[in-house]
Design a binder for this molecule. Structure first.
Ligand SMILES: Cc1ncc(COP(=O)(O)O)c(C=O)c1O
Length: 397
């Protein structure tokens, strides 16, 4: 008899379906059978948000005949890296094209950096609350995610007491963070950079939402890329969010910090990237045009998130039992709802009874009463109905 097939411990988190996913599936199914409406306020795919996409210009950008020839380039083709450097300049950040490496996505950027920096079993310090993806990305590289807390006192900041550098491989910061929408403040950034450098570690700064400011604090660090601090810092960006083009599969890593750290780090990162060479030639050749096209898409996304947030603010009168947390940037917002039940129970009730799908705060390790995370990308008619329903359901009779 043969032994049962075993899978890697990297997948130890399993794939159990949670209660909310089951309730969502049931409600969607009854939508098909009984015509019950469904309002998805969790949308994160901009290409399915009813925004105008210049399909012909995108197709034209991808039609460069140069793509018939393959020039393998571990860091990415120079014209493409130069276009990314110019895009950083648009945001006021100075990054040399030589310090940029192209990848297939921000998720892949994490994977390459975790390979570069970590040994199996080491920890990666990840913020909490934040997007749960980092836990999976770390586990898949044989690393252990170790949370450090972001505290909220009207504004989010790092709880430095919760940072444990023991046997750590790297420190992840997400600025603006998802879903809190918070930028790293200048003091937190400087302190973290000093501490990280003291421990001989690097910062991985996820800045994929940096192009979507709503109300940044005066001291918000709007770009860690190109910022001179003592720690080696890898900033992540990509077409997925900045240009609303996730299907292009093109991300980048910009290295900054002391020159004596940046050069060997890039040389080693290049070795890792050379093993995969995953950014495709057509998309690299198209990158300067795609970034230009992305300007218009970004503006449309920006208008959508501003509009939806304003609608929510307007609906939340002074007597509302719900409060909206401040959002400096990004595609999400956090609504505090009455604590008469847990955020999971609110989310279940909304989807089962009303067909309104939201994410409960605990998905993101938000532990501050009952919170719901709403996507500001949601098409306006769906968003407005969802908001009206949430506010009616949460109001006392
Ligand atoms: C904060 C953050 N970083 C990275 C990603 C992944 O981005 P990409 O599509 O470039 O892999 C996401 C996806 O939503 C995200 O929220």
């Amino acid at each position: 008899m043969s032994l049962p097939l075993r899978f890697s411990r990297r997948l130890a988190w399993g794939a159990q379906e949670n209660q909310l996913a089951r309730a969502e599936a049931n409600r969607r199914a009854s939508g098909l059978s009984d015509g019950l409406p469904f309002f998805d306020l969790t949308l994160s795919n901009p290409t399915q948000a009813g925004l105008p996409y210049p399909a012909e210009a995108i197709a034209h950008a991808l039609a460069d005949p140069g793509a018939a020839v393959y020039h393998p380039s571990p860091r990415g083709l120079l014209p493409a890296r130069t276009a990314v450097a110019a895009d950083y300049a648009r945001r006021g950040a100075t990054v040399d094209a030589d310090n940029i490496l192209l990848t297939a996505s921000s998720s892949e950027s994490y994977a390459l950096l975790f390979k570069l920096l970590g040994n199996p079993g080491q920890s990666v310090l990840v913020p909490e609350p934040s997007y749960p993806l980092f836990d999976y990305l770390a586990c898949l590289e044989g690393l252990v995610p170790r949370p450090y807390r972001l505290a909220f006192d009207g504004r989010w900041h790092i709880d430095f007491g919760s940072l444990d550098f023991t046997d750590a491989a790297a420190v992840v910061v997400v600025s603006p963070n998802n879903p809190t929408g918070s930028y790293l403040g200048a003091d937190d950034c400087d302190r973290l950079s000093a501490l990280t450098a003291d421990h001989g570690l690097a910062i991985i700064a996820d800045e994929v939402f940096a192009d979507f400011p709503l109300a940044p604090a005066a001291d918000a660090v709007t770009a860690l890329a190109g910022r001179l601090g003592p720690a080696l810092t890898f900033s992540l960006g990509g077409l997925s969010k900045a240009s609303g083009l996730p299907q292009m599969k093109l991300g980048w890593i910009a290295a900054s910090g002391p020159g004596e750290l940046v050069s060997p780090a890039l040389a080693n990162l290049e070795l890792v990237a050379d093993t995969y060479l995953s950014a495709s030639t057509p998309v690299q050749l198209a990158l300067p045009k795609l970034l230009a096209i992305g300007d218009g898409i970004r503006q449309a996304i920006h208008a959508r998130i501003r509009r939806n947030r304003q609608v929510l603010v307007d609906h939340l009168g002074p007597d509302s039992p719900c409060t909206l947390l401040p959002t400096e940037a990004g595609w999400s917002c956090i609504l505090r709802v009455p604590e008469i039940m847990s955020d999971e129970d609110w989310a279940l009730r909304l989807v089962r009874d009303e067909g309104v799908l939201v994410q409960p705060g605990y998905f993101f390790d938000l532990h501050m009463g009952a919170t719901l995370v709403l996507s500001l990308l949601t098409p306006p008619d769906i968003f407005d109905h969802g908001i009206a329903t949430i506010l009616t359901v949460t109001s006392p009779p």
